[in-house]
Design a protein around this ligand. Structure first.
Ligand SMILES: *Cc1c(COP(=O)(O)O)cnc(C)c1O
Length: 433
């Protein structure tokens, strides 16, 4: 299987190149040249399967030219060693919990798979690689945990001091080993600007091979298809299904549409966002208008220019009408988000995080009602990752899973730096020596 750039369909690379490069040189996004359609009996067979088996079935067509069957099975076993349970809340209403991985957010699926795939490619070429990543919280913790102890790969995470939650901070800073964490005296945008400059620094990259793990890497998109299969495997057979996806950069929803193209019978999607409503606006108006991002209570979705949008459009054959027919859009304020958390708690005794609550609100606003359609929303993070927001809504703190009370008692370590490029550069050069 080859991968093309969304900006130039003639630019073809192998999976390995696509994963190692991250972005094509023309700044497009890599996409598979073919979308394998799984035979109907395979979709039926998925019903009885757990995530690793599903992953082998669904991902092999993308991987098998470059990885042996046993490598694919090993990657699937070790990356997806947790479940994505579908929780029944009410007649025809379900939530797919995607937070049972080590950092309690759905980014674990992508980060763990990418780490193992990259580890495999690196091992073959005996290169050493540094993953450099700026984070506002969820990505950094998932990448740090996902790449922990992967041979041949060092990770350097930059996060803005005082601006990530205590749990997210511990998830990054308590690992050590091949994971280094820089606590930057500045904002998330400062961290991102530092990382961007490092990638443009050809001299630095001669001494230290850098790669990125951000959400545009194709290795993060592909594994996100598998939990859609796992969702349908747990639903009653034969009912039409609508899935609502709380979205920021739209990797999650794009993977859902990809799964559908592979043959998974999902009838429609809802693109549910916070006030960063670029895609819902596009769906309602036909105009795609990026904006500076707005800070909201569901901060993992505070994205003003959703990076996976070109992929979503490609999967809909570049057709606005096709996209609009498949995906409905809805945006919600912070006040509505708090109301959503409350409603889920009062009506169904379910404690949701602010992102999942927006997914739920997307379903409530949809005209395809629960008399005929099975409604599923994705719960992308454990509520304990956003205790302040949950407290605001419910006047009580969410329960913290046991392993995380232990984590909170551990001592973390981070290197504090000023938001100055020369300081980052010197640190990277010294550390590589
Ligand atoms: C990253 C994230 C999202 C947004 O996912 P996209 O794939 O960027 O749309 C939603 N919820 C949580 C908790 C996240 O961490």
């Amino acid at each position: 299987m080859k991968f093309y750039s969304t900006k130039n369909t003639n630019h073809l690379v192998s999976l390995r190149e696509a994963v190692l490069q991250g972005l094509p040189p023309d700044n497009g996004l890599y996409m598979p040249t073919e979308i394998p359609v799984l035979p109907v009996d395979m979709i039926d067979a998925v019903k009885g399967m757990q995530l690793p088996e599903i992953a082998v079935k669904v991902l092999s067509p993308f991987l098998r030219e470059e990885l042996s069957n046993s490598s694919i099975a090993d990657i699937a076993e070790s990356a997806f060693n947790f479940d994505a349970p579908l929780v029944h809340l009410d007649e025809n209403l379900y939530t797919l919990e995607l937070f049972h991985g080590p950092t309690l957010a759905f980014k674990d699926f992508a980060a763990r798979f990418m780490a193992r795939l990259l580890g495999n490619f690196i091992e073959e070429c005996q290169q050493k690689l540094t993953i450099l990543v700026a984070t506002s919280g969820d990505t950094g913790s998932a990448v740090a945990q996902g790449f922990y102890k992967v041979a041949g790969i060092d990770v350097v995470v930059l996060y803005p001091s005082g601006k990530v939650s205590p749990l997210q901070e511990k998830q990054m800073t308590t690992l050590g080993g091949n994971i280094s964490v820089l606590e930057v005296n500045g904002s998330f945008d400062d961290c991102q600007a530092l990382v961007k400059r490092a990638f443009l620094d050809a001299e630095l990259r001669k001494s230290r091979a850098l790669s990125s793990a951000n959400s545009i890497n194709i290795a993060r998109l592909l594994p996100q298809t598998i939990y859609y299969f796992r969702a349908l495997a747990q639903l009653p057979v034969g009912q039409p299904v609508i899935v609502s996806v709380p979205s920021g950069n739209f990797g999650n929803l794009t993977a859902g549409v990809l799964a559908r193209k592979m043959g998974l019978p999902i009838n429609g999607f809802i693109a549910a966002t916070n006030a960063n409503d670029i895609v819902p606006n596009y769906i309602h108006s036909g105009t795609f208008q990026p904006k500076p991002s707005l800070a909201t209570l569901s901060n993992a979705m505070d994205v003003g220019n959703p990076s996976n949008f070109p992929r979503l459009l490609k999967l809909c054959n570049e057709s606005y009408d096709a996209l609009k027919q498949l995906i409905d859009g809805a945006a919600f304020s912070d006040k509505a988000t708090l109301d959503g958390i409350r409603k889920l708690y009062v009506d169904y005794q379910y404690v949701a995080d602010p992102h999942g609550a927006i997914g739920f609100l997307g379903l409530e606003s949809n005209e395809q009602n629960r008399d005929t359609f099975c409604h599923v929303f994705l719960e992308t993070a454990h509520p304990a990752k956003f205790p302040d927001v949950v407290f605001k809504a419910l006047n009580k703190e969410p329960d913290v899973p046991m392993q995380f009370t232990d984590l909170m008692n551990k001592k973390g370590s981070a290197v504090q730096i000023e938001a100055t490029y020369e300081i980052l550069r010197d640190w990277l050069l010294k550390d590589s020596g």
